[in-house]
Design a protein around this ligand. Structure first.
Ligand code: C2G
Length: 735
């Protein structure tokens, strides 16, 4: 006998048709896999899955086939008509004693259905509900995270179904609903609602249910979409009819509630939140609600029927917004709403010292004409004079020196840059001034989203590495310290400002196209200017001079250890932690006679690693400007997932991969573009011992990786011939 029919509507479509990220299977399919896997995890033989495929959706037959053997699964394909229609089709097909709605982009915690069923009692409840958690992450990461943390305690109103269920957005998710009860009361979804169809449905459930039961530990996991550009969720989608749909759903929910006091109040409180979002919140900011006279009239009418007692707990200003809407005074509502927003903004801005300069920039600098011969350079947030911007600058200086004026961003202004450019501190007044006036921007990292680029500016984005780790739109989950919700959207807007993007090889061109959703035509596939010095005829003399400048031993071989950063280990946005796992003391013991180590942390690492007791063996070169010069001085390189090895391979010197956290980094944090186990030009090592052994037997390592190295070199390094800066300058400056 089928106890529960799980109804899963599936509709996913990449809004960027034809520009599907290449790095992994389309997001919808991996969401669905997680969803179905979580149903398998329920470990019950009395479930049926009814999957309703929207006809306009991406093909998911492969995923379904994968699960056929493990799940009792039926599929229905319907015309594109929205979630309500799909769920009704599921209801018609269901055979279970209970029905249960699950969205294809969400998943269940282990044992959720079992727990809900355990709550069933002699009173034969019509509804049995559990709780919901929200996450940004795929199932495996979420489950891992659950093991590490305590759950938030049960809210006071959890056992009051009307109050609790409507407060959590009147959603039908995570409720076992007795099928007979639905049929007897003729409860179905209103198919004319594309958005908010849950609200009247849930209201009808609550108004008609005689008995309910619940279990807080039966958890439904709602996955928040991080890609509003390609895969916005219904909540994130921009829709003209949002308010009309909301008000209609609210009205019919009120009707269904049929005077049930708690239910009506919960619905009114939801209406209040919607109105406040429109006047003071994010929906308003991001244009998700189209908000004109028609919308106002609808909200006014709805508010007119609401019970003001539902808003008693709100702060006074917000209550006044609602009152003004109710009185039909839109201007007043907007005025108060704007005050609420500006107070909120002011609190944020007080903390932001750059604000004053930004205002001057907008009203003064932006109005000044662009200077045709001014070139603005920035590398790694002003941390260094380095990377491709440095080599492009040098080339320009040498070949067209007097024709241009140059500006460099440097955090430490004492750092001397050859050629005496103007040096500005990041986000200082002069930074804004020169950025606004310079025609050319040559930059290797992202700029803050509020930087204004005018017509006439030419932005050469050099980027900073051939990607091993997946980037932006190819990342399924975003684990960064910065905002997970807007990361992809902001990145997308930002990349629209890049007029040119440098790529070191055809592989990077493909990756950048999918990762940045960037137009191939604008990519300069010319090799990396930063690698010019690795192919320069005087590179050995140059290396010797650097060794002397840095006081490095001339009689030892030098090992460069240059790991990358971890997305989920941070103090705050832009300041990451690093846990040194390579045991340098042990290395000194066994290798100290022949070798010394240069430790180079990534530019996002905010910790200064101490090397006490390792003097004469380990040197911290993290502050040194240009890692390309460190490549030149070193005899071998150890890295992990950093793009460093793509560049280092230009020297054809040995590379070792110390990847103690490979599984987590690859499978949870980022994902890779290439198969690290098969394609990188050196061995993967997991302990300091293994690293030491590989160094002791370096000849053998070189021998066994020779062929792979050759293939790798051919694929990733063949454009780097020492003249990439020249090609960049010709393409952008026409020189
Ligand atoms: N880098 C460095 N020191 C390190 C690691 C990196 O100076 N210990 C520099 C190198 O020039 C490297 C660049 O920073 O190529 C980018 O570093 P990655 O470790 O690859 O990481 P990330 O900054 O996330 O960039 O397409 C490349 C990706 O964007 C990766």
């Amino acid at each position: 006998m089928i106890k529960v029919s799980i109804i899963i509507p599936y509709y996913m479509k990449n809004r960027f048709q034809g520009r599907m990220s290449k790095g992994h299977s389309p997001i919808g399919r991996s969401y669905l896999s997680d969803c179905l896997m979580s149903v398998c995890d329920q470990n019950r033989g009395d479930l049926e899955v009814i999957l309703i495929e929207d006809g306009a959706s991406e093909d998911i037959s492969e995923v379904i086939e994968e699960f056929r053997a493990r799940l009792n699964i039926r599929t229905l394909r319907i015309a594109h008509a929205g979630t309500a229609a799909a769920r009704n089709a599921g209801l018609d097909a269901a055979q279970g004693e209970y029905v249960y709605f699950l969205d294809a982009d969400d998943y269940l915690k282990e044992g959720t259905i079992g727990r809900l069923l355990d709550a069933e009692n002699a009173a034969m409840p019509d509804l049995i509900y559990g709780s919901k958690e929200r996450t940004w992450f795929k199932r495996l990461s979420y489950l891992e995270e659950c093991r590490m943390r305590e759950r938030t305690p049960e809210p006071d109103d959890f056992t009051e179904p009307s109050a609790y269920l409507v407060r959590r957005s009147a959603s039908v998710l995570n409720i076992l609903i007795r099928r007979e009860f639905l049929q007897k009361n003729g409860i179905r979804f209103d198919e004319s609602l594309v958005l908010y169809s849950d609200m009247p449905f849930t209201a009808a459930l609550l108004a008609n249910a005689k008995h309910t039961a619940c279990d807080y530990d039966a958890v439904y996991v709602k996955r928040i979409h991080n890609d509003e550009v390609q895969y916005p969720s219904l909540d994130q989608a921009v829709r003209k009819d949002r308010t009309e749909q909301y008000v209609r759903a609210y009205r019919s929910a009120k009707e269904a509630a049929a005077g049930d006091e708690v239910l009506c109040r919960a619905l009114d409180s939801g209406l209040g939140s919607y109105v406040l979002k429109a006047y003071t919140g994010r929906l308003h900011d991001r244009g998700k609600v189209v908000f004109g006279a028609d919308e106002f009239a609808l909200l006014r009418e709805a508010m007119g029927a609401a019970d003001m007692a539902a808003f008693r707990e709100l702060p006074r200003m917000r209550r006044n917004v609602l009152k003004a809407v109710r009185e039909g005074n839109n201007r007043k509502a907007q005025r108060i709403g704007n005050i609420v927003v500006s107070l909120k903004k002011r609190r944020e801005l007080v903390k932001d010292s750059k604000l004053f300069f930004r205002i001057i920039d907008r009203y003064l600098f932006q109005k000044l004409p662009i200077k045709e011969n001014l070139v603005f350079f920035e590398s790694f947030f002003g941390n260094s004079y380095s990377d491709s911007p440095k080599y492009i600058y040098r080339y320009l200086q040498e070949h067209s020196g007097a024709e241009y004026q140059y500006v460099w961003v440097m955090k430490n202004k004492k750092n001397r840059i050859p050629g005496n450019p103007v040096v500005v501190k990041p986000f200082s007044l002069s930074y804004f001034y020169y950025l606004a006036r310079a025609k050319y921007w040559v930059i290797n990292i992202r700029l803050p989203k509020w930087i204004e680029k005018k017509k006439g500016h030419v932005f050469l984005q050099t980027w900073h590495g051939t990607p091993l780790k997946k980037l932006v739109f190819d990342m399924e989950d975003v684990h960064l310290a910065s905002s997970k919700s807007s990361y992809k959207m902001i990145f997308y807007q930002e990349t629209r400002n890049w007029d040119y993007l440098i790529s070191a090889n055809p592989f990077s061109t493909d990756a950048f196209e999918s990762a940045f959703l960037y137009d191939r035509e604008k990519i300069l596939e010319i090799g990396y200017p930063r690698n010019d010095c690795l192919k320069a005829p005087d590179r050995d003399e140059h290396a010797l001079a650097i060794k002397q400048k840095l006081g490095l031993p001339l009689d030892k071989k030098l090992i460069l250890y240059a790991p990358t950063w971890r997305d989920d280990e941070y103090f705050e946005a832009g300041r990451y932690k690093f846990d040194l796992k390579l045991n340098l003391a042990q290395m000194r013991e066994r290798l100290g006679g022949e070798y010394a180590v240069l430790l180079r942390t990534h530019y996002l690492i905010a910790q200064n690693l101490r090397l006490d007791g390792l003097e004469g063996f380990a040197y911290n070169v993290s502050e040194y400007d240009d890692i390309s010069e460190l490549y030149l001085v070193s005899d071998l390189c150890i890295t992990d997932y950093s793009s460093v090895f793509f560049d280092y391979a230009n020297l054809r010197r040995p590379i070792l991969f110390y990847v103690y956290d490979l599984e987590k980094y690859r499978d949870v944090l980022r994902g890779f573009y290439i198969d690290i186990e098969k394609e990188v030009p050196g061995p993967l090592l997991y302990t300091t011992d293994e690293v030491i052994e590989a160094i002791e037997k370096l000849e053998d390592v070189n021998e066994s990786y020779k062929e792979r190295y050759d293939r790798f070199y051919e694929r990733f390094c063949s454009l780097d011939d020492g003249h990439a800066a020249e090609r960049a300058v010709k393409a952008v400056f026409g020189k």
